[in-house]
Ligand binder design. Structure first.
Ligand SMILES: *Cc1c(COP(=O)(O)O)cnc(C)c1O
Length: 449
């Protein structure tokens, strides 16, 4: 087997996600034979540093010996069992552990098998909660501009990234979209906190006006990842929690991308000291090994669904692979590593190293902003640094950075013209400098005209 053979066979049978397949007439698809740590290796021995954690899922590198061993052991015992009427040890232990680690007050864990499904679960649960209480007018959701919550129809409806949403708009439920606290748009000299507080006025107004018909507000705490890694201050979440309580509306925290240490704390909500009514987890949950998601909620929510069968109050949602035993085992092993290696604490040093390695970017003539929250660092490219005029998207500057990265052995996958680093936590300071160096060259090349 070599790169070319597999690429040719791939392109004759596969249809890849989020891809204009015609691009691959020019852009080679990259077959990966194996991974080890932060490195991916193709069939000819060429290596790529996985700077995007394989779409934000990987935490401790590829083929981690500890997670591998845990999976091998579990595989010998039980791979999967129906989770309705039956249960198994990994599902129970993981639920216990997530509840112990999550913000206080979350005491029930509902499993699904990917991020979008977790969002669907949270939306349906919130709606159904109000319905069980006889509040049938509550049928709508409030979301932030530029948010992303997945691509199944419900999740897509509560998202706001035009690229994914526009085409399918006729199929989607109607939601209320509030301006984002995104601090890229703050006034010169304004702090992140001041901007986030100012932006909250719009949310307050919408809740005042619509609370009677709104089930929940859904947000990505601190970083709108798919929305170009736009960031905001924790104070916004604090205000939002308080307002949701005041107006009788649920708060759904979608920590699918930011959970498990990405923002510097295990969960981003911790930085605001809040507990959402629903916490959606996926991606890093299994350390990047297997698809799994969980929605944590409060006992008070659970109780509203609890009753005699004839009352028809039960929550109605299921996926065949709900709480898969192997996926739960990978998640437990990943949580072991957090404890064993004191990861949250150790990441603080890596976070500083990323900041230092990216210092030079701020002075680049086509960089409007370098922003960072914990283990996420983003570099926003623009045509004009002073006015922040964006490049015409059709010029595909980000793609040029991507191509340069591949040539030099670093997998960067810019979101439009935003180059970002979101590496596995096992990256070394030296590898961080390599990643930043290659991004620098790529950006110089892509903006040099
Ligand atoms: C990736 C993502 C999702 C969707 O998860 P999938 O597993 O890709 O369906 C939802 N919300 C956020 C914030 C995400 O980043």
């Amino acid at each position: 087997m070599n790169n070319q053979d597999l690429a040719r066979r791939d392109l004759s049978v596969l249809w890849h996600p989020c891809t204009q397949m015609k691009d691959h007439e020019l852009l080679p698809i990259i077959p990966i034979r194996r991974g080890l740590g932060v490195w991916l290796e193709d069939f000819e021995g060429k290596r790529y540093l996985d700077a995007v954690s394989s779409w934000w899922v990987n935490l401790f590198g590829h083929a981690h010996p500890y997670i591998n061993a845990a999976l091998r052991e579990q595989m010998g015992r039980l791979e999967h069992v129906i989770l309705a009427g039956f249960t198994h040890e990994p599902a129970v232990r993981l639920a216990e552990r997530l509840i112990r680690l999550a913000p206080p007050g979350l005491s029930r864990c509902f499993y699904a098998d990917n991020g979008s499904s977790a969002v669907e679960v949270a939306l349906k649960m919130s709606f159904h909660y109000w319905r069980n209480l006889g509040q049938t007018r509550k049928t709508r959701f409030v979301t932030l501009e530029n948010s992303y919550h997945g691509e199944t129809l419900g999740a897509l409806a509560v998202g706001d990234v035009a690229l994914y949403k526009q085409t399918y708009a006729p199929l989607l439920m109607d939601v209320i979209t509030v301006p984002s606290p995104d601090c890229y748009r703050r006034e010169p000299g304004e702090s992140w906190a001041d901007h986030s507080i100012r932006r909250f006025a719009d949310m307050e107004r919408v809740l005042q006006q619509h609370a009677g018909e709104v089930c929940a507000v859904i947000v990505e705490p601190l970083v709108q990842c798919a929305g170009s890694m736009r960031m905001y201050d924790p104070v916004y979440l604090k205000l939002l929690r308080e307002a949701c309580d005041r107006h009788g509306v649920h708060l759904i925290a979608d920590e699918i991308a930011v959970g498990f240490g990405r923002t510097g704390t295990l969960f981003a909500c911790e930085q605001a000291g809040i507990t959402p009514d629903f916490l959606c987890l996926s991606k890093g949950l299994t350390g990047g090994y297997l698809p799994l998601s969980a929605v944590l909620t409060k006992e008070a929510v659970y109780q509203v669904f609890y009753g005699d069968y004839a009352e028809s109050k039960a929550f109605l949602h299921s996926h065949s692979y709900t709480g898969n035993a192997l996926a739960c085992t990978a998640a437990l092993a990943s949580l072991d590593l957090f404890e064993r290696d004191d990861v949250i604490h150790r990441n603080q040093q890596l976070t500083r190293t990323m900041a230092e390695a990216a210092e030079v970017f701020a002075d680049h003539p086509h960089v409007a902003e370098v922003r960072q929250t914990g283990m996420i660092l983003a570099i926003e490219l623009v045509k004009d640094k002073n006015t922040r005029q964006a490049y015409d998207g059709r010029e595909r500057r980000g793609l040029a950075v991507y191509r340069h990265g591949l040539e030099r052995g670093v997998l960067l996958r810019p979101l439009g013209d935003v180059v970002y680093f979101m590496p596995p936590y096992v990256i070394t300071p030296q590898e961080i400098r390599l990643m930043a160096g290659v991004a620098w060259e790529g950006i110089c090349k892509a903006t040099n005209d």
